[in-house]
Design a protein around this ligand. Structure first.
Ligand code: OAD
Length: 226
């Protein structure tokens, strides 16, 4: 049994029909992230922020895991697999992966604006102004906005440092600190990057398989199952 860590980004859910952020039709090409995904946006226009995440929650709920998510879940039959994802959808979990670290939060959840430890399931419903936590404070999306602290990063570092194999899938590696996790893959004897495209040079010591996640990930996973 090997320890496998997968670092995933929006590209792994692209073939499930969810938009990425920085591709030509990506979310941040048509919207300013500052207007939608920042504490300042929440302060100025909370309705607009809720509308954006309510819509994304519905789209994520309607999406289905694709062969890449499913192949990673299947790896658990032979290996200790930890998924460290920047994605806020739950397609890894719905594919069957049991150890998923969400660095940037989860669309399926909301949390209190006065006590960040009060986290609730949104039960698939839209969140409205006036929806309150048990302390009487407004609920907000359980999402890491720009300028906020990434979740469980120390745990993610530990997992990557101890991995025998690391697969990075569907991320532009444009956002820190998530992108810096690759530097901790020191012990791994195999390091693979699967993306359609990257900005600049591929990270040193990673083998880059250029193309779609649903094509490459099942192939790599089958080999790792042998
Ligand atoms: P990006 O949109 O920055 O990058 C998506 C990557 O996936 C690109 O490298 C694409 O080439 C690749 N890609 C697209 N379709 C693919 C496919 N079918 N198969 C494989 N790769 C494909 O998304 P992320 O790197 O996940 O943060 O973005 C990181 C963070 O930036 C997000 O979590 C989000 C965003 O701002 C927050 O909202 C906090």
């Amino acid at each position: 049994m090997a320890k496998i860590v997968v670092i995933s980004g929006a590209g792994i859910s692209a073939e499930s029909g969810l938009k990425t952020f920085r591709d030509d039709d990506g979310l941040w090409r048509n919207h300013s992230f500052y207007d939608l995904a920042s504490p300042q946006a929440w302060e100025k226009q909370p309705e607009l922020v809720l509308e954006f995440y309510n819509e994304r929650r519905q789209l994520a709920l309607a999406a289905q895991p694709n062969p890449a998510h499913l192949a990673l879940a299947e790896l658990e039959s032979h290996h200790d697999v930890v998924i460290v994802t920047q994605n806020v959808d739950d397609l890894h979990e719905r594919a069957g992966s049991s150890q998923v670290i969400h660095l940037h939060g989860e669309l399926a959840k909301v949390r209190s604006t006065s006590d960040s430890t009060l986290i609730y399931s949104a039960n698939g419903n839209p969140t409205q102004i006036g929806d309150l936590c048990e302390l009487g404070s407004q609920l907000r999306p359980h999402i890491v906005w720009f300028g906020e602290r990434v979740m469980d990063f120390d745990i993610a570092i530990q997992e990557v440092s101890r991995a025998d194999k690391v697969m990075v899938v569907g991320t532009s590696l444009a956002v820190y600190p998530a992108a810096s996790l690759l530097d901790f893959a020191k012990q791994a004897d195999e390091k693979i990057l699967v993306t359609k495209d990257i900005d600049g040079e591929p990270p040193e010591s990673f083998q880059w398989l250029k193309g779609k996640a649903a094509h490459w990930v099942p192939k790599i996973a089958s080999r790792w199952l042998l």
